[in-house]
Ligand binder design. Structure first.
Ligand code: MF3
Ligand code: CO
Ligand code: CO
Length: 263
């Protein structure tokens, strides 16, 4: 069931989103060669709680940590560990969900650790571009397939694989609500997008093939070919124009650089 949000509810989701933005900006600064993924987890957990939020990944379906930290061929749901140090040349995706006053926000970025290869830089850049191309289709009257197809087209134009096993999703009082927002699909198909909907667009893009599997820890998703993957996510609110990015305060569509790599 898709729940539409009224202005009061949207204001609460905006507050949650803005807290998450502050937390993720700080996390990005915190990442450095030599720290462990558990250091990042603890840093983020503390920041969320200082902002009176609740880290809702912790305990979600039994998930044992407050963030997902996925390195290189790990696509999503990497479990933080005090034994895993982030190394120069790696890329790391930090995916965090929190609740504030009962309302959820969900966002993820992939960052370089120190100096990385040109092909990893391009993977991160194109994954973010996939997000922008998909997100700008999230307007009243369009369909979810318009978002999905825009993401897929851009990724595949670069020869990348679109991970199919996981999708974006509605969000509100729950972390995961309807509708599902796949990163592959057909324009004009799927659920119609309406004002008041809130959902996450989150391309998970592999440098190689899209096929993935889960590790024995029951969570971590890695690419079958062990090529790196990147992930970028924001929580969107559908308005009467282009969507509002609840997890990106101050963002304006006018400021997104235009050109062949963007929109
Ligand atoms: N933040 C994730 C998402 O984008 C969900 C995390 S799964 C959890 O949907 F188990 F870590 F909570
Ligand atoms: Co997420
Ligand atoms: Co999500």
């Amino acid at each position: 069931m898709i729940t539409l949000k009224n202005d009061t509810q949207l204001a609460k989701m905006r507050s949650a989103g803005h807290l998450l933005y502050d937390v993720l900006c700080a996390a990005r600064e915190f990442i450095a060669p030599g720290i462990t993924t558990m250091d990042i987890n603890n840093f983020v957990d503390e920041k969320i709680r200082k902002g009176r939020g609740i880290p809702t990944e912790l305990g979600y379906c039994g998930y044992p940590a407050s963030i997902c930290a996925s390195i290189d061929d790990e696509v999503v749901h990497g479990i933080p560990s005090k034994h895993v140090r982030v190394e120069e040349g790696s890329i790391i995706s930090i995916d965090v969900t929190l609740a504030l006053d009962g309302w959820q926000a969900d966002s993820c970025f992939t960052a370089p650790v120190g100096e990385i290869s040109e092909d990893k830089k391009q993977l991160i850049r194109v994954t973010e571009e996939c997000f922008w191309k998909g997100a700008r289709m999230a307007v009243d009257g369009n369909r979810i397939g318009d978002v999905s197809a825009a993401v897929q087209q851009h990724a595949e134009a670069h020869g990348y694989g679109v991970v199919r096993d996981l999708t974006g999703h509605g969000i509100g009082k729950e972390m995961h609500e309807d509708p599902s927002v796949p990163n592959f699909g057909t324009p004009g198909r799927g659920v119609r997008i309406r004002r008041g909907m809130t959902f996450c667009v989150e391309p998970m893009i592999a440098m190689g093939h899209w096929k993935v599997h889960q590790l024995a820890d029951g969570w971590t998703i890695v690419t079958n070919d062990h090529k790196p993957a990147a992930h970028y996510e924001h929580t969107l609110a559908i308005t009467n124009g282009l969507p509002e990015l609840l997890t990106y305060p101050g963002f304006s569509w006018d400021r997104l650089p235009k050109g062949e790599n963007n929109i």
